[in-house]
Design a protein around this ligand. Structure first.
Ligand code: SF4
Length: 256
């Protein structure tokens, strides 16, 4: 299991915010350039106004993220800006990471770590039927002939892959389980089950997009294990998923 520190994502978020600040200053400078026409100046002013609003919201959001992580308690007032900072600046953080030649999966793991800590700080509780466990179809053994994506109960629980473990968790806790082939099916499970909270197993790419998509539904993300390469006979840490489920059901223990 590879863990990534929260500070990588937060550091890149700060640098992205500074880069946008510098862009806003440069545009402001152009507005007062004597060579610019009035129309051009008005367009630049409008762009700068949008940038300044985004900077302010993201700045408060960043403060909200840091304070929530430090205090392990959410700040209700800053929940909106926190969402803006995560949703709007996440693509910028990835672009910046690419420019700095940082492995994108490292950045995504750091983002998942930040997200999981923010979710834990919210101390959300969910009844078993309000909790959805979402898993990718690549967990299924590539030699299995049973179609489990539409209906996970088609699994014969032979134990050859970890789909049987998903069913074990479902039956033990009475939660809902969905196996998705991609974002469209995952969104359908969320629409159909209307969960209060989600535990999601996926690769870094699908987890980050899923966490952002599901917002404001809280998601605890667990990255999958890929001993046979990406998207092929993947696995998951049973213990980490079990602990994430227990976190929502018990509400409050700091367990993943
Ligand atoms: S555990 Fe279920 S999904 Fe996995 S190989 Fe056996 S029958 Fe197929």
């Amino acid at each position: 299991m590879i863990y990534e520190r929260k500070r990588l994502f937060i550091g890149l978020l700060i640098v992205s915010l500074l880069a946008v600040c510098m862009l806003a200053v440069a545009i402001w400078y152009l507005v007062f350039s004597p060579e610019s026409s009035v129309v051009y100046k008005l367009v630049l002013l409008a762009v700068d106004a949008v940038l300044i609003i985004a900077i302010l919201l993201a700045g408060f959001g960043l403060a909200g993220i840091v304070l929530t992580l430090v205090r392990s308690k959410p700040l209700a007032l800053l929940q909106g800006p926190v969402r803006v900072a995560l949703n709007t600046f996440f693509p910028l953080v990835l672009i910046l990471g690419k420019l700095l030649s940082i492995d994108l999966n490292r950045i995504k793991r750091s983002f998942i770590e930040v997200n999981n800590n923010l979710v834990r700080a919210m101390h959300i509780s969910a009844a078993p039927d309000q909790l959805l466990l979402l898993a990718p179809h690549c967990l299924q053994s590539s030699t299995c002939t049973h179609k489990v994506t539409g209906n996970v109960d088609n699994c014969r629980r032979c134990g050859q892959c970890m789909v049987s473990d998903l069913l074990r968790l479902r039956d033990h806790y009475g939660i809902r389980v969905g196996m998705a082939t991609g974002g469209t099916l995952a969104r359908k499970y969320v629409r159909d089950y209307r969960p209060k909270a989600i535990v999601a197993i996926a690769c870094e790419r699908d987890l980050t997009s899923g966490i952002l998509d599901a917002n404001p539904i809280p998601v605890l993300g667990v990255t999958n294990l890929r001993p046979h390469g990406p998207c092929h006979d993947t696995q998951f840490s049973y213990q980490r998923v079990d602990e994430a489920i227990q976190y929502f059901l018990r509400n409050g223990s700091d367990c993943i």
